[in-house]
Every structure is written in C-alpha cells, then in structure tokens.
Design a protein around this ligand. Structure first.
Ligand code: NDP
Length: 299
C-alpha cells in the first residue's frame, strides 16, 4: 500500500503541451509569410479508403489549415500501381512549394511500403522514417534532418515537463521502427543510459523497475503494473489499444500499455491515454514541416 505521504503522479497534459507547440508554430508560420511571402507546405498522400487512415489524414490536414500550413491532398485509388505512387512522390520531391511529404501507412498489399518511403527525398521526410534519417539518428556526431514524430513527441513531453534526461536510466518497452527503436536512439542522444525491452526479454519487470524514465510502446493493453515502477519515475505511455467496453456507445475504449490506475499511485509523472502522446505526434509532424520549410525558405 502507498504510504500516506506518497503523492499520486502528476498527469502530463499532452493536449495542452501540444496546443502550446501549435501556437508557437503558428507564430513562426506567420513570420515566414510576412518576411518571405511563403508558407510551409505539407503533402499528405493517402491510397485507398481505409476509415482509420482517412480519419488520421483528415486530422493532419485540418491541423495544417489551423496553423497556416498549406496542405496538398493527394488521394489515390486503392488499385493504383506502385509505379504511379512512386511517380507522385517524385513529383512532390520536385515541387518547391512542398516542404514535407507524408505517405499514410499502411499501403495496400500490392505496394511495397519500403520502396515508396525510400523514394521520399530526405529533405522532405517529415515522418523521419527514411533509412538515412534513422541512420544519422543512430550515429554519434550526426544529426538527422527530421526526427520521427511520435518519438520526438515523447522526448518533448519529458523536457517540457521538467524531466532532465542526461545520466538517467531509461527503459524503452518495444523496438519497432516507428516508435521503440527511434525513441531509444533519441534518449541515447540526450545522454540517458538506455535499455530496450522486447518480446524476448527475460524478467522485463525488474528491468522496468530500475528505470527513472519509462517509454511504453509495446501495444499490450495495461501490461505495465504499479509494482513494476520505481517510485517517482517518469512514465510516457505510447500504447493506444482498443479494448471492449460495453458501457460505451462505441462498445470500446482506448487504454495504454500502462495500468493507469495502478501506476499513477507510484510514478512521479505519467501520461494519460488518450490525451498524452497522441496529440504530440501531430504537433511534431507540423513542427517538422515548419523546420523543413525554414531550411528551404531561409537558405
Ligand atoms: P509494434 O507492434 O510494431 O511493436 C511492438 C513492440 O513491442 C515490438 O518491438 C515487440 O517486440 C514489443 N512487445 C510486444 N509485446 C511485448 C511484451 N509483452 N513485452 C515487451 N515487449 C513487447 O507496435 P508500434 O511500435 O507500432 O506501436 C506500439 C504501440 O504504440 C501501439 O499500441 C500503437 O497503437 C501505439 N502508437 C501510438 C502512437 C501515438 O501517436 N500515440 C503512434 C504509434 C504507435 P518484438 O520486436 O520482439 O516483436
């Protein structure tokens, strides 16, 4: 049982922090347009009509509009060929008004995602998934042109919440190309001592319990329990998992990889799901687009 003096974790308000960042971006976009008569441009490519992809894409396009970023909407039919998608990417690479290119994943099965993503110019790779950008992220003394959005959002949540990373023991749960691996690399760049836990790790609990900073990105609903956490640790929950909930109209609700009710009694800082990392991912995409545009426009 928690001692009487033990306070509950401070809940990090990802929505509010993301809004602050969006306001900062909007001011910079305005300055760019006043000074150079140009605004950042983000091309969002979607293939087919998956409902979840459409809703993510709409959210990103709406966010661009709110901040004064020009959104280029490329909607391709499900049956489009790989060559046509690659051709579109090349056109966008050559378009000087487009500073960022995002290809919404997953692509239909007949299209090779790796091939398409590798064709995006690294100067417009606002998702930060190009192997050259990831490679630079991994190398000492090199800087990628863009850092992947969700990992960058996690680090931004920590720093804007006053958590110093240098010298801390960080444990990342998950090693995917889009979250676990790049967030581990970012924390290493920020001078944390990083351990990565994955599905073959033995005794994950005790490794996680040794961490000052935990980034949970396993996609396992409420896997991380209160007694896996060092008292006072900072916990960033990337997991976004739908579980059945008959009390909801939709029949489901979203939960993280962390058992929120248990962990909030032990951690020092904790992100909620939803309302934690999710809003930061979009904010970081917009920030990357702004940074890509500034590099081009101010050069
Ligand atoms: P993946 O399924 O691609 O990767 C999951 C990772 O977790 C793998 O590396 C896997 O290990 C590891 N893992 C699975 N089970 C366990 C376990 N029991 N113990 C330790 N490690 C485990 O998922 P993503 O990285 O794409 O996403 C992770 C979560 O983050 C999901 O819930 C997703 O919805 C969410 N997400 C949220 C975003 C946001 O903006 N909020 C953005 C992106 C993702 P192994 O490699 O050995 O298989």
């Amino acid at each position: 049982m928690a001692s009487e003096e033990q306070k509950e974790a401070t809940i990090i308000d990802g929505k509010a922090i993301a809004q602050t960042i969006r306001n900062e971006i909007a001011s910079e976009v305005l300055l760019l347009s006043q000074k150079y008569g140009k605004v950042p441009g983000l091309a969002v490519v979607i293939v087919g009509n998956r409902k979840d992809s459409q809703s993510y894409v709409n959210m990103k396009r709406k966010a661009c509009c709110e901040l004064g970023i020009r959104s280029y909407d490329i909607d391709l039919p499900e049956e489009v060929s790989e060559e046509e998608v690659v051709k579109k990417v090349h056109e966008l690479n050559d378009d000087p008004d487009v500073h960022g290119i995002l290809v919404q994943l997953p692509l239909p099965k007949h299209i090779n995602e790796e091939k398409v993503l590798t064709e995006i110019s690294i100067e417009k790779d606002v998702d930060g998934f190009h192997p050259l950008n990831i490679g630079k992220l991994a190398m000492k003394g090199r800087e990628p042109l863009f850092q992947p959005c969700t990992p960058k959002g996690c680090v931004e949540l920590l720093t804007r919440s006053g958590v110093s990373i240098r010298g801390k023991k960080a444990v990342v749960v998950g090693r995917s190309n889009i979250v676990g691996l790049p967030v581990a690399l970012l924390l290493l760049k920020a001078d944390a001592t990083v351990t990565v836990v994955h599905s073959h790790t033995r005794d994950s609990e005790s490794i996680i319990r040794s961490a000052d900073i935990i980034i949970a990105a396993a996609g396992q609903p409420m896997m991380i329990k209160g007694d896996w956490i060092k008292p006072g640790a900072a916990v960033i929950d990337v997991g976004t998992n739908a579980i059945d909930d008959p009390s909801r109209k939709s029949g489901y609700r979203l939960v993280g990889d962390v058992d929120f009710q248990e962990v909030k009694k032990v951690a020092g800082l904790l992100t909620p799901v939803p309302g934690g990392v999710g809003p930061m991912t979009v904010a970081m995409l917009l920030k990357n687009t702004l940074d890509g545009a500034k590099r081009k426009i101010e050069q």
